[in-house]
Design a protein. Structure first.
Length: 362
């Protein structure tokens, strides 16, 4: 089987070239062709010797996931369903804005964490994505958006907020981040690459040492009682431990704050008392808040908080001196908004079957 070179960062690609009897600088050349130039055909790599191109053709490939479906929202958001084999597909979303273009990347086929308000979680879980399948989403999006080496980057920011829990696929995610940050890869700033986690504390500590990028934490509750119900991982890593991990992470983070993501669920976590409780929770954690109006999906069991409740909640946080944004819902007409990504998952957890049985019982 040929080696997919999208699975390699510069360090491991250099090692592979050495095993092939090639000099280290060849790895940099091929990295640039793949990621700067979007080349998938070794024949395009014209500054490589013909003998090396022939060797690469024999032993390697540049294999990004293939397109299964593409949609474009009224607001310009684009969503691609990409084939990762054996009937599975993952979703990748590009959100264009006036001053930046953000790509939301998936890290797993489905998700094992079962956050109750998330459509992805309802789909169950199949497997972790490989490095090639993670980086391949960025590779594919650049091609689809018409980026060329001479253009300014269409994609200026990457967020690991698609399908899956990134830190549950730690090694492949970190290697993918290495490619994104490498000047011979995509040359993105650590400040412009964000990993989102539901609170995997040991992996947060590892990421701080291995590849500190901007950090977003899917918080969604102001106390353990509520969070235990909607983010089951909280039973393993409760809020006290999570806040301590956030403080530790900031020692090496490229930004001097953590972004707390907070989905607004009507009657669950959106009361004024919850906002005041939140202030006490984060009082010694430099942070900003991103309030996310819940994006409905069929049979979710939740409703979006009213605009008035969101305003009151935001005002309490702002009056205490915190930076607070209310996320503008983008791409909801094509199910590309936060919490709506579902992809195509051959579930190994029987979770889809469980939800279907519950719906029948209702």
């Amino acid at each position: 089987m040929k080696n997919n070179l999208l699975n390699y960062d510069l360090k491991t690609l250099t090692e592979w070239f050495a095993e092939m009897g090639e000099r280290p600088f060849r790895a940099k050349q091929v990295m640039r062709w793949m990621h700067w130039g979007g080349a998938a055909d070794f024949a395009e790599m014209t500054d490589l010797a013909k003998s090396l191109r022939a060797k690469l053709e024999e032993h390697a490939c540049v294999g990004a996931p293939a397109l299964m479906a593409s949609q474009e929202s009224r607001d310009g958001t684009r969503k691609w369903l990409l084939d990762v084999g054996t009937g599975n597909g993952v979703e990748t979303v590009f959100i264009p804005e006036s001053e930046r273009g953000t790509l939301c990347i998936s890290s797993q086929v489905g998700c094992a964490l079962e956050c109750t308000f998330c459509s992805t979680g309802r789909q169950g879980f199949n497997r972790n994505l490989t490095t090639a399948e993670i980086v391949g989403q960025l590779w594919w999006a650049n091609k689809a958006l018409g980026a060329t080496p001479k253009d300014e980057r269409v994609i200026s920011n990457v967020v690991m907020m698609g399908m899956g829990e990134p830190l549950a696929n730690y090694d492949n995610v970190v290697r993918s981040l290495s490619v994104m940050l490498d000047d011979h890869g995509y040359g993105l700033s650590r400040r412009r690459v964000t990993v989102s986690t539901s609170g995997m504390v040991p992996q947060m500590d590892r990421l701080k040492e291995d590849m500190p990028v901007a950090l977003a934490v899917s918080l969604h509750a102001s106390n353990d009682h509520v969070r235990d119900q909607i983010v089951p991982l909280n039973k393993k890593y409760p809020l006290k431990d999570l806040m301590a991990a956030c403080r530790r992470y900031l020692v090496k983070a490229p930004r001097d704050f953590v972004t707390f993501e907070y989905v607004m669920l009507d009657g669950v976590n959106d009361k004024a008392e919850h906002a005041r409780e939140l202030l006490k929770l984060v009082e010694d954690v430099p942070c900003k808040f991103n309030l996310i109006p819940f994006n409905p999906f069929p049979h979710s069991g939740y409703e979006r908080s009213s605009a008035e409740n969101i305003r009151i909640f935001r005002d309490i946080l702002q009056q205490a001196g915190f930076v607070v944004t209310v996320r503008k819902t983008r791409g909801d007409d094509i199910d590309a908004a936060c919490g709506q990504l579902a992809g195509q998952v051959k579930d190994k957890t029987r979770r889809q079957q469980k939800w279907q049985q519950l719906l029948v019982q209702q």
